[in-house]
Design a protein around this ligand. Structure first.
Ligand code: GLA
Length: 714
């Protein structure tokens, strides 16, 4: 029946030549509609993207809008979404509508697929649109099929293209460097192009994160205004292009960075692009972030609805300088602290070239005899005895030139023939385009899990970008496939791990936050946002990543960075995410040790609200010397408020902080908790209405001061 309707539409569209015979294709969430229409020539247009109209019939009255997925070589003069070089050398593609399907994937999730084809060349393009009704999130990707008898080359192959027609556009980007990730800056766009991209390959987002906020008509505000927050699920080179044309329209093109990545499609072959995920919020950046957090926990993040383990990591406590005895001591400290897991970091492996520094050993995944005479087994046994889980650091995609792996398998390594190797952090990247290398990387995890089934967690690191870009595997013809095939190879390995060890939690790390995207987070339960654990820096870094990722996925550890900040301040910053420690308990004063333990138990009480509740950024650290973040659970029964005074000015005026996410009609008991050396303090009982309109005087004039408030409905 459905097929018949489509066929009929097609006949009408092409048979009569009458404009708009195919009814508008409306792809809706509970709040937003994306409307596509087909013109009399069969070309597909994006007619609308915005707040859902009450009356669907009115979409037919809308002006047509620009072509939805613009191609190179035809009538358009700006950046295209697609550029195909056909087998005969013709570089142009014309796409016309051939049909569409729409179906429910599950309750509240629908998928629409629009098929377009070139009437002259046998190139077919399928635009996929998955709409998540309640979360108000869309996921878009594209499939490109070569129907010609000979290979074609795709030069540009966007996941998605969207068009806007607003008075003004404001783009917020998130850029930085190692230990300085995800800094926000906003700029007004004007005629021309703004590009956010990377060509770092593996550690793809060391300089710029794969997400952005696009505010329409006016600059983005926290809880007001129309903002599109978008991100690409791709653990490699990405590119977002924002181009405003001479008429003031803006186009957004999101996808793999086509830089040095022309891809040849054999006869019949289909290229599937990564997913571009976005939400369109009418309640500012804050609502956009909550939409994405809800979507991630429910539909995307690995174990999104599951629990997370608190931990003690040894990296900053010992660096490479540990042995069995020290680690056993730390496992005891993990137990004493009351965390769920002990995580052994870098420096435990390498036989011929023991990994006692970052200069050697990477690639040789057997224990260093001197340090661990009884192997990992002795450590998992000790952890078991102490009642804590055991986690292990690996960096299986990489190799130090000083390693047995390098000596044996030079052909597995990405290096340029005839040139001196360039080493980033003294290491090189393995060629994951090669299936043999994929097998090897899988075997690192599988081998460890087989030998030590009590390993309960991996921290998977990736400290180098792709350098010396040349693959022995791709051969002369397909060097430009490497950036794409690398990521596909990585997913192949991760798929195998997920299939064999479905419940194994893993942390994604890349010299801090150099890798963080929603495709990787289908395999990883969490990521390490930054090696910078100075709590003041972390206030900014966590604020940045929280614009997109739920805090459940953001590891936050207490360390000794910035000793001028109290242990309480450092702990309170870390409690706002997936809480852990990377510190030696034995080096602390007794009162500090006690406070660490108390904080774990406070966190265990509050964590369901923090990790699964709605996050409200009440006062941004970017706005001055104070910041406040609140988490409210979905039932509005419980909330937690974290407040921080950074470097307040003497005699400054401090206004109240108004809360959000409560029920105006209910009354709440507010307690200050997690106080060092003191019991909880009753602040008072207030209506939700009062707290959300009048607020509380939570900030102080003290420097580097933090407070935690527990808010419970009566
Ligand atoms: C990276 C990570 C750190 C640590 C070191 C170990 O820098 O981000 O957390 O694991 O590697 O070498």
């Amino acid at each position: 029946m459905y097929l018949k309707t489509i066929l009929l539409s097609l006949l009408l569209a092409f048979g009569s030549g009458v404009k708009a015979q195919v009814k508008p294709i409306v792809i809706a969430t509970d709040q937003t509609s994306l409307v596509l229409t087909v013109d009399g020539n069969g070309r597909l247009h994006q007619t609308y993207l915005g707040r859902k109209l009450l009356n669907e019939a009115e979409y037919t009255a809308l002006p047509q809008g620009p072509e939805a997925y613009l191609t190179h070589g035809m009538e358009d003069y700006y950046e295209p979404a697609l550029h195909v070089n056909h087998a005969d050398g013709n570089p142009s593609t014309l796409l016309t509508y051939t049909g569409h399907t729409a179906k429910a994937l599950q309750q509240g999730v629908s998928e629409t697929v629009v098929t377009l084809a070139d009437p002259v060349y046998k190139t077919e393009v399928r635009l996929h649109y998955v709409a998540y009704a309640k979360e108000n999130v869309y996921k878009l990707w594209t499939e490109i099929t070569n129907g010609e008898t000979k290979p074609v080359e795709i030069e540009k192959y966007a996941s998605a293209m969207l068009h806007f027609n607003n008075a003004e556009y404001y783009l917020t980007q998130f850029n930085g460097d190692w230990a300085n990730e995800a800094n926000l800056s906003e700029q007004r766009l004007s005629y021309g192009k703004k590009v956010l991209d990377t060509k770092l390959g593996t550690r793809a987002n060391m300089f710029v994160s794969p997400f952005f906020q696009l505010a329409l008509d006016a600059p983005a505000q926290e809880e007001a205004g129309t903002v599109l927050t978008g991100t690409l699920g791709w653990t490699g080179n990405f590119r977002f292009t924002f181009e405003e044309d001479h008429t003031g329209r803006l186009r957004l093109i999101a996808g793999i960075n086509p830089y040095a990545s022309q891809y040849t499609l054999k006869k019949g072959e289909t290229f599937r692009t990564p997913e571009f995920i976005f939400t369109l919020s009418y309640g500012g950046k804050g609502q956009a972030s909550r939409n994405l957090h809800d979507w991630a926990r429910t539909h995307s993040l690995k174990a999104g609805n599951g629990s997370r383990m608190t931990l003690l990591n040894n990296w900053e406590a010992t660096y490479f300088g540990f042995d069995e005895e020290k680690l056993i001591g730390l496992i005891g400290e993990a137990k004493e602290l009351g965390v769920d897991m002990f995580l052994l970091d870098d420096g435990w492996f390498g036989t011929k070239y023991p990994r006692n520094s970052d200069r050697q050993g990477l690639g040789d995944w057997t224990e260093i005899k001197d340090k661990l005479p009884n192997g990992i087994g002795r450590l998992t046994e000790e952890a078991k005895k102490q009642g804590v889980k055991f986690g292990l650091w690996i960096e299986p995609e990489m190799v130090n030139p000083k390693s047995e792996l390098y000596e044996k398998h030079k052909d597995w390594i990405i290096t340029l023939p005839g040139r001196r190797e360039y080493h980033y952090r003294n290491q090189l990247v393995l060629d994951l385009a090669n299936p043999k290398v994929q097998d090897y990387v899988f075997s690192v995890v599988d081998g460890l899990m087989t030998k030590y089934p009590d390993i309960a967690f991996f921290k998977w690191d990736c400290n180098s970008p792709i350098t010396n870009i040349y693959s022995n595997y791709e051969g002369k013809e397909h060097q430009s496939h490497l950036y794409v095939d690398y990521v596909r190879g990585l997913y192949n390995v991760l798929d195998r791990i997920k299939a064999k060890y479905p419940d194994l939690p893993m942390m994604l790390c890349s010299g801090g936050g150099g890798r963080s995207d929603f495709e990787a987070l289908k395999y990883f339960t969490e990521f390490w946002p930054s090696d910078n654990t100075d709590p003041i820096e972390r206030l900014f870094i966590q604020w940045g990543f929280s614009q997109v990722f739920p805090v459940k996925a953001q590891c936050a550890h207490v360390t000794t960075w910035n000793r001028a900040a109290s242990i309480k301040f450092r702990i309170n910053v870390a409690m706002m995410g997936k809480f852990g420690f990377d510190i030696k308990l034995a080096d602390m004063q007794k009162n500090e040790q006690d406070f660490c333990k108390k904080s774990i138990s406070d966190y265990n009480r509050l964590k369901s609200t923090i990790l699964d509740g709605d996050r409200y950024g009440l006062v941004s650290p970017y706005s001055g010397q104070h910041t406040a973040t609140m988490y409210a659970d979905k039932t509005k029964n419980r909330a937690v408020l974290f407040t921080f005074d950074i470097y307040p000015r003497n005699g400054e005026y401090r206004s109240n902080v108004t809360l959000r996410g409560l029920d105006a009609g209910r009354r709440y008991v507010v307690k200050e908790v997690n106080r060092m050396g003191n019991d909880d303090r009753q602040v008072g009982t207030y209506s939700g209405d009062y707290l959300m309109n009048i607020g509380l005087p939570v900030f102080t004039g003290a420097k580097m001061n933090s407070r935690v408030f527990e808010i419970t409905a009566e």
